[in-house]
Ligand binder design. Structure first.
Ligand code: SF4
Length: 363
């Protein structure tokens, strides 16, 4: 990427697409690929400023904070190439069985104190079936809900039956985390023990049960810009409510330990492209934020992010939550986001259609 003057043709097309999204329209894949292929830093900053306007229009200054607790760590039967918890890789990552009630309630209290909207129980296993483990998981969700301190979320892998999804919903689950991870095309490059279709099917059961969907992916695994673009469109298609963007933090001992890091501007550009494609969703910057973005972390909001994963990740450290809260305060952003109904994501009935005449934003 080179620092050259803003390209007038690119500026004009960006201006058109930005106004189209602000007016409630959608961009198509060809337009999205134009955004993903912007190269010059001046053009990328132009893109970021539009993404920021789109975030402000649909999200105001509200920032949705989430945290996770590793509810069952390590020894996972799956072979995801980016993951420290896979039994296929030697990473020295901790291993323990399903979590007791106390650490979950402590995490809820801490989250509440820090204005964090949700705590997600995350388990390192292939998935969840009917049986004693489902009973135990439902107990933890019920306890989390009863604490009244946080939204009870979970990420429990692949689900193969509607009954399991319904049980989770009955226990009080509000949002289920299940990333598509990458494009359908790239998926077999990082996992062969389950399929992209398994993931889409799981999301279908959860949606049918009335649970909100948190689904995104990981960038920087060696995928192309086309793969990132297709991921964003797939997330639009499945109706994800929260879209976590993780940036690969290559873990020693995993097959991806030597994958080169994405440049910071490429990361920010990707977030901005996601905001154009998913204007009303929560776009959450999750794993790999601190190590990949360093001093540019606060730029994620300018790039259109409206949510942050705070506290430590599953196997790696994040910056202290106090530092994140200070960053939001310094930027005039509000983490006290307690509307859990996702109603700001509803599109007007005519949301698909938008023509030049409908545009209300002055040039
Ligand atoms: S990403 Fe999830 S399913 Fe894949 S190896 Fe890690 S814990 Fe297992």
């Amino acid at each position: 990427m080179t620092a050259i003057a803003i390209d007038a043709t690119n500026h004009e097309r960006l201006d058109h697409l930005g106004r189209q999204v602000l007016a409630g329209g959608r961009i198509d894949r060809e337009d999205a690929m134009f955004l993903f292929h912007l190269e010059a830093s001046a053009d990328i900053h132009d893109l970021l400023s539009w993404a920021n306007r789109i975030r402000e229009q649909f999200k105001g200054n509200k920032i949705h904070l989430c945290s996770i607790i590793n509810a069952k760590a390590g020894s996972c039967s799956e072979n995801c190439s980016f993951c420290a918890q896979s039994s296929f890789h030697q990473t020295g990552s901790p291993k323990y069985g399903f979590v007791d009630p106390e650490p979950v309630l402590e995490a809820a209290a801490e989250a509440n104190q820090n204005n964090v909207t949700a705590v997600g129980l995350v388990a390192a296993w292939k998935g969840l079936n009917e049986g004693p483990m489902l009973d135990e998981v439902c107990d933890r969700i019920r306890e989390l809900k009863a604490s009244g301190k946080t939204r009870p979320d979970a990420s429990l892998g692949i689900i193969k039956s509607q009954k399991v999804a319904d049980r989770l919903k009955e226990a009080g689950l509000e949002c289920y985390g299940h990333n598509l991870e990458s494009s359908r095309r790239f998926f077999p490059q990082h996992c062969t023990t389950h399929t992209y279709e398994d993931r889409v099917e799981t999301i279908g059961y959860l949606k049918q049960a009335g649970v909100k969907i948190c689904s995104g992916g990981i960038i920087g695994m060696g995928e192309t810009r086309e793969d990132r673009c297709d991921l964003a469109f797939s997330l639009r298609e499945i109706g994800a409510n929260v879209v976590p963007v993780n940036i690969l933090n290559p873990i020693p001992g995993t097959p991806f330990e030597n994958v080169p890091r994405l440049p910071v501007l490429e990361i920010l550009k990707t977030i901005a492209c996601f905001r154009f494609i998913l204007p009303r969703q929560e776009i959450m910057i999750a794993g790999g934020r601190t190590v990949n973005l360093r001093d540019a972390q606060s730029m994620v909001f300018m790039a259109g992010a409206s949510a942050l994963m705070v506290g430590n990740y599953l196997t790696t450290l994040n910056q202290p939550v106090e530092k994140d809260l200070q960053m939001l305060k310094d930027l005039g952003l509000d983490p006290c986001w307690d509307r859990h109904d996702f109603s700001d994501q509803e599109e007007p009935a005519s949301g698909d259609a938008c023509c030049e005449d409908d545009l209300v934003i002055a040039k």
